[in-house]
Design a protein around this ligand. Structure first.
Ligand SMILES: [Cu+2]
Length: 156
């Protein structure tokens, strides 16, 4: 006599081990705008973009209170540094991409007087995964020291 054993396929309970540590979140830090001292000339912007759990692409950075903002990259060609438009920037998972002088940077035209007076510019970083990260960039006058202790140039 053969004993027939029916096999039941138990639904496989997929166990998702999600790690939700701080380092796994896509975020933006150290956002600074170096205000051009010459009216009409573009200001430059710098930031650190920290990758999350998946590779994403930074596709745009915008702000309401500017006339125009572009992503640029400084590249060296035959020993000469020149800027070119940066369509997008890959932000690999778990890595930090830095926008800094001599590399990737933002060029900003026509920052509103209110933002300048306030010393901050609200910017939105838009990513390929539809994340929109709003940051308040600190506006610095070019030539001013990095530290919070500003040298008072009191010639008045
Ligand atoms: Cu540029």
């Amino acid at each position: 006599m053969t004993k027939h054993l029916s096999i039941f396929f138990a639904g496989l309970a997929a166990v998702f081990l999600t790690s939700c540590g701080q380092g796994d979140i896509l975020y933006v830090s150290d956002v600074v705008v170096n205000l051009s001292p010459v009216e009409g000339n573009p200001s430059s912007g710098y930031a650190k973009i920290h990758g999350g759990t998946e590779d994403v692409t930074l596709i745009s950075v915008t702000a309401d209170d500017v006339m125009r903002m572009e992503m640029h990259e400084t590249v060296e060609e035959d020993g000469v540094a020149k800027m070119q438009n940066l369509e997008k920037a890959l932000i690999p998972a778990g890595e930090t991409v830095t926008f800094e002088p001599g590399g990737k940077h933002l060029m900003i035209w026509g920052i509103g007087g209110g933002s300048v007076a306030q010393g901050t510019l609200k910017m939105i970083f838009i990513f390929s995964n539809d994340d929109r990260i709003v940051v308040n960039a600190a506006i610095k006058k070019i030539g001013a020291p990095d530290s919070e202790t500003e040298k008072a140039d009191s010639s008045e």
